[in-house]
Structures are given as C-alpha cells and as structure tokens.
Design a protein around this ligand. Sequence first.
Ligand code: HEC
Length: 448
Amino acid sequence: MGQSSHHSTGMNGFWTIVPALVVLSLIAFPGVGVSQDSADDPVTFAADIAPLLQENCQVCHREGGIGPMSFLSYDEVRPWAPIIRDVVRAREMPPYHYDTNIGIQELKEDRRLTEEEIATFVAWADAGAPLGDLSELPEPMEWPDPTDWRLAEQFGQPDLVVPAKPFSVPAEGQDLWWEPLVEIPLENDRYIRAIEVKPSVEGRKVVHHANTTLYLPEQGGGLESQGGRFTEYASGKLGEILPEGTGRLLPANSLVRWSIHYYPMGDAVEDEVTELGFWLYPEGYEPELEQTLGRFSMEGDLDIAPQGTAMVQGFHSWDHPVRIDSFQPHGHLRLTAASLEVFYPDTGEREVVSMVSNWHPGWQLSHIYEDDVAPLIPVGAVMVVSQWYDNTSENPHNPDPDVWVYRGGRTTDEMSHAWIAVTHLDQQDYDRLVAERAAKASLAGDDG
Ligand code: HEC
C-alpha cells in the first residue's frame, strides 16, 4: 500500500531525460496531464476512483477497519464525495502528515497520494461523482482477516506474542489508562527484526495509544527501565520494521510495561486485549548493526500563553557515527509542526532531514526512512529536533485558547520529545555504508 505514492529517487533520472520542450509545455499548461484525461474521458468511479480507494483507503475504510465509514461500493462512497475532495486536497487523508517538498521523501509505509491522484479525486467530485461504466470496475480486493497481524504478509506469523492483560472499557466516560506489567517468555537473548501492536478488532475504536516499554529484573529484586521503548502504537501506525541486518536487542527474561490509553466511544468493550508481536532474527544470530529507539527531549521552557505560540529545540551528538532510521515527533493538542535537521559545525551547513508542517495529534506516526536514504551522521555533526506549538484560536485542535499550557502528561498539557531510532556505527561501518550508497548511485546513474 502507498508504494505508488513514493517520490522515488528515479525522479532525478527522469527529469534529466525529459526533453526541455515537454518541460516547457508542462509549465505553460500546468493542467495538461489531468485535463487531457478528463476532456476525452471523464473521471469516473468505476474506472478511476475505485482503484484509488482500493489502493489507498479501504485498508481502513471497510468493515473491521479503523475508519468510521466503509468505502467499498459506489453507494457507500458517493455521499462522501465532496468531503473526500476536501480531505484529500488538504492532505488530511490518507493520514500521513509529512511535507512533500523538503527533506527525505523515500519512506516505508508512506501513505501520501501523488498530486495527480489528488487531482483525480477533485475532478471526480467536481464533476458530480459519476459512476461511469460498470464493466470498468476493478475486482473487489481480498482483504486479510482483520484479526491477522498486518506484518504477517511480509514476515509470516510473529515468533513471539505478548498480550496485555484484559481490560473492560465502558460505553461512556473519561480517558482511562491501563498499565499492566507482563513477562516476556524468552530464555535467551534475541534480536528484533520487527514489532507490531495489535488491539482486538472491537478494541480498535477505543485504543488511542498503546506504549510498550522494556524492563529488566534488577539484582535486588526490583525492576530497571531500559529506557528504550519497543514501540508506540497509535491509531494507524503499523509498528517498527528494522532495516535488514540491523537488530534491536530483546534480552532474555525481560518484561514489558504496557501503557494503554483507552477512550470510551459509545459501545462498551469487554475484556479488550491488545497484543504485542515480535518478529525475531534466528537464535544465535548477531546482527551486523545494532539499533536503539530513544526519546530525544527538547530543552527550555514550554509555557505557552493564552493565544500564544512557542517553539522548542533539542540538540544531540554522538561520540561515534550513527544512522537515523526513523523519526516520530510527539506532542498533544497544541503541537502543529516538527522538524529533524542535521547541523555540521565544521562548515556551518544545515540539512533538513524531515519536515512535518501539518502535524496532527490524532495520528502519531513514525516516519521510517528507506534503507538506502536513512541519514548517516558523522562524528561531530549535531541532530536538531524542533517542535512548534500553537495555542491560538487558529489551531483547529485547540480545546481552549484562553488558558496557559505547560508540560505534562494529560492530553490538555503539552510534551516535547521525539522518538528516534538510531543505529550505532563504528568508523568502518560508516565508511562501508557511504561507499555502498555511492556505488549504488553511480550504477543507477549508468542506467538512466
Ligand atoms: C490508516 C487508516 C486510514 C486510511 C488509509 C484512510 N483513512 Fe480516512 N479516516 C480514517 C479515520 C480513523 C477517520 C476518522 C477520524 C479522522 O477523521 O481523523 C477517517 C476519516 C475520513 C473521512 C471523514 C472526514 C470528516 O471530516 O468527516 C473521509 C472523507 C476520509 N477519511 C476519506 C479517506 C480517503 C478518501 C482515503 C484514501 C484516499 C482515506 N480516508 C484513507 C482512517 C483512514
């Protein structure tokens, strides 16, 4: 899913071979690619929209998915056409908030539509949402059972499943937190390849977030937090996939502390059980590279005045080279934007790695860089994380622009940290990865 919306590196090659004339005509008649299509051949549900919905929307918008309505048939979709146009044009749906024009664009599980796909939705709604020729309808998609692990398609069944303890959520009421501590049945150290958090099917509507943190028993009988989280589940987020050959250590006899945030949604859910699935590298396997998932905090005061705004930053450098594998900004209802940059003190250069200028509190997404583009950071460079907050009435998610907002754990407080997966390298690893990429780039250059 979403593969087609990647802005692939191939684009560079494409532009160099497009004759200047074509480029010029595209600039002179910017609508040409779309209007040509719609002039001879109007955009219809059967021919154009149904395939786009299958590819980009139905994974959530179907029975058993997390979307509030189903988009399988024309009758289901048609009444929504004007709203679909608006949310697609605003890049609110599919939910993947990440700027298209700056920073690394090759991301795993990227859900963004291309400009052309957006234009197709808009043209269809503007034309009155026509059905078109039924014979052009694609075959319905075969969806996996909603109780299946989503990563099973890629990795098979998980090697280890650790369920939280059952919790009943009433039909109505306040936010609820459930924090059971559960032992992980594992006798030897193993390395993690991928992780997924899966609420029960009925639970999907009431599980807002589910965080899982690694703990180890201490000598004295207490527990020691390992600092690292396994993963943070939030609506729509799949899990963590590590690059091939990179592992995250899962020590024997460790425990997982769940922190599940439930929110009553109108129907009582009895004995909800959310599960954590692990895909592990084989017994005895030592990955070439080791990754940790860290919480990187931003400094300074975060006291946001009524009708005010704020920006905070965090800086981090390492005494060894690293590769940054993923970036997940975290905040609550006033956070509106976040960025990840690398600063090179030697040259004064600053490089934007990721920019999210339409951050949405309902979708806490981890942006996972494709293996070949995950930034390689030399010793001495500084990672800079910035987050922007808006406590004015302009912010559509702001529940109350007339109060001061401070750091804190409640949804109405704010937070300022990002979850970042970092693979630790030595100089030799770093040089090898740089050389491998250079070799791939020159091969790709020869092709095009
Ligand atoms: C990852 C799951 C997911 C995907 C993929 C997804 N949606 Fe949604 N969609 C949701 C959820 C959950 C909601 C309700 C909460 C919200 O509005 O954020 C929603 C809400 C909507 C709404 C209602 C918005 C409103 O204001 O009432 C529309 C329309 C919509 N989606 C269209 C789409 C379209 C079109 C696509 C594909 C191009 C799509 N969605 C892809 C999960 C998804």
